[in-house]
Design a binder for this molecule. Structure first.
Ligand code: NAD
Ligand code: GLY
Length: 368
C-alpha cells in the first residue's frame, strides 16, 4: 500500500545506544521501508495470534520484502494465554528453526503478543532483537513502548518478566479499523490515563474529541496516539526501569490488576480494569482532600464517554482487593504504594494512605 509521507510521524525513545523510533501512520505495515532497517540479520520470526493472523499477517510479510528467512508462529488468542507455556512455544519454534543470536522477533498483535514476544526475545540466547507491531489501541499507546515484557502468574498480573527494549515500534493506524469497540474503549482508558497523570490540556482535548475517537476518526485517533506515545517516550527516557516517575504510568493499575487477577485473566479487559481502577484512585484522592467533587465527576464522565465500566465486580470484597493489592510489584517494605492524583493532570506515588481510608473506599465503591 502506498501512502503520502506527510501522513507519517516519527517519535524517538531516547535511551542512548538503545534508542529507537516509533513510526506512526496509515498503511506502513505493508511497506518494507519501515520494518527491514530494524532487522538484526536474515532470520525473522513473526509471532501473532489466530485473530490477528488472518487480518494482517500477509500484509506484514509483504512489508518484510524478499531475501529473508521468515518463519511464522500463530498462537491462540487471549489474556489467559499470556503464560510461560506460550513463551516456551516461541523458544521451541526458534530452536526448531535453528535461529541464532542475529535473529529478530516481530510481535504482530495487541499487548498480550507484544509482552510475550518481548520476553521471549529478552531470554532467547540471552537476548535477541525484536520489533513491536502493535495492532490494538492499547498496545499502540502504551504496551509496545518502553520495554516492559513478561507474562502473568496465576497469583498476579505480569509477575514474571524483564525490561527489554524493542528495536522499533511500527504503528499502522489502519489496523484500528478492525478493532472491536470494546477493545477500542479499553485502549482509550490508557489514553485518558496520560491526560490524568501528566497533561491536563490533553485531558480537555480528549473530552472534546471523544465522539470522534469512538467513531474511529483517523485524524483524532492519530493525534491521540501521537500525544500518548510522546508522553510515554518522555517518561521512559527519564526512568527506564521504574525507579521514579515511570511508576505514575500505573495509575489505576493496582486496583485494576486486582480485578483482573480476581476475576480470572480475560474476563475483564486490561483497559477496562484500569479504567475502573483510575476512578477508584480518583475517589481515593478525593478522600485524601486532593481532588474535589468536580474533578472526580470529570474523571467519571470521561471514562463513561469512553464506554468504560464505572463499578467494580459484584463478587469482589474489600478483603479480596487488599489481598491481591498487597502483592503489587510497586510495594516496598510491606507498604502499599498507590498512584493517586494531586490534581487533574498531576499524579504522585503515595505510600501513606490511612488503611481506614482505603477500606472505606473499597466498601463504598459501586459494584455491578
Ligand atoms: P490483547 O493483546 O489481548 O488484544 C485484544 C484483542 O484484540 C485480542 O483478542 C486480539 O487478538 C485482538 N486484536 C488485536 N489487534 C486487532 C485488530 N487490529 N483487529 C481486530 N482484533 C484485534 O489486549 P491489549 O489490550 O492489546 O493488551 C493488553 C495486555 O497488554 C495486557 O496483558 C496488559 O498487561 C499488557 N500491557 C502491557 C504494558 C507494558 O508496558 N508492557 C502496558 C499496558 C498493558
Ligand atoms: N504501562 C506501564 C509502563 O510501561 O510503565
Amino acid at each position: 500500500m502506498t501512502r503520502p509521507d506527510d501522513a507519517l510521524s516519527t517519535l524517538r525513545v531516547a535511551l542512548g545506544e538503545r534508542s529507537y523510533p516509533i513510526h506512526i501512520g496509515p498503511g506502513l505495515l505493508g511497506d518494507p521501508r519501515w520494518l527491514t532497517p530494524h532487522l538484526a540479520g536474515r532470520q525473522v520470526m513473526v509471532v501473532t495470534n489466530e485473530t490477528v493472523a488472518p487480518l494482517y499477517l500477509s500484509r506484514l510479510r509483504q512489508g518484510l520484502g524478499d531475501g529473508l528467512e521468515v518463519r511464522e508462529l500463530v498462537l491462540p488468542d487471549g489474556e489467559a494465554t499470556k503464560t510461560l507455556a506460550s513463551v516456551e512455544r516461541i523458544w521451541d519454534a526458534l530452536l526448531e528453526a535453528g535461529f541464532n543470536r542475529r535473529c529478530t522477533l516481530v510481535a504482530l498483535g495487541g499487548g498480550v503478543i507484544g509482552d510475550m514476544v518481548g520476553f521471549a526475545a529478552a531470554c532467547y540466547q540471552r537476548g535477541v532483537a525484536f520489533v513491536q507491531v502493535p495492532t490494538t489501541l492499547l498496545s499502540q499507546v502504551d504496551s509496545s513502548v518502553g520495554g516492559k515484557t513478561g507474562v502473568n502468574h496465576p497469583r498476579g498480573k505480569n509477575m514474571i518478566g524483564a525490561f527489554w527494549q524493542p528495536r522499533a515500534v511500527l504503528i499502522d493506524t489502519e489496523t484500528l479499523t478492525t478493532l472491536p469497540s470494546r477493545e477500542l474503549s479499553a485502549g482509550l482508558a490508557e489514553v485518558i490515563k496520560y491526560g490524568l497523570i501528566r497533561d491536563a490540556g490533553f485531558l480537555g482535548w480528549l473530552e472534546a474529541h471523544m465522539a470522534e475517537l469512538r467513531g474511529l476518526e483517523a485524524a483524532a485517533l492519530t493525534r491521540a496516539i501521537e500525544r500518548s506515545c510522546s508522553l510515554k517516550a518522555e517518561i521512559v527516557a527519564e526512568d527506564e526501569t521504574e525507579q521514579g516517575v515511570r511508576a505514575l504510568l500505573n495509575l489505576g493499575h493496582t486496583f485494576g490488576h486486582a480485578i483482573e487477577t480476581h476475576q480470572g485473566y480475560g474476563r475483564w479487559l486490561h483497559g477496562e480494569a484500569v479504567g475502573t481502577g483510575m476512578l477508584m484512585a480518583a475517589e481515593l484522592s478525593q478522600r485524601l482532600g486532593w481532588l474535589d467533587g468536580a474533578d472526580v465527576a470529570r474523571t467519571r464522565a470521561i471514562l463513561a464517554a469512553a464506554d468504560l465500566p464505572l463499578a467494580a465486580p459484584a463478587d469482589m470484597t474489600p478483603e479480596d482487593f487488599l489481598a491481591i493489592m498487597r502483592l503489587d510489584k510497586k510495594n516496598l517494605d510491606d507498604r502499599l504504594r498507590l498512584i493517586l492524583l494531586t490534581r487533574l493532570g498531576e499524579a504522585c506515588v503515595h505510600d501513606r494512605t490511612p488503611p481506614e481510608c482505603l477500606t472505606s473506599l473499597l466498601e463504598a465503591f459501586p459494584r455491578r
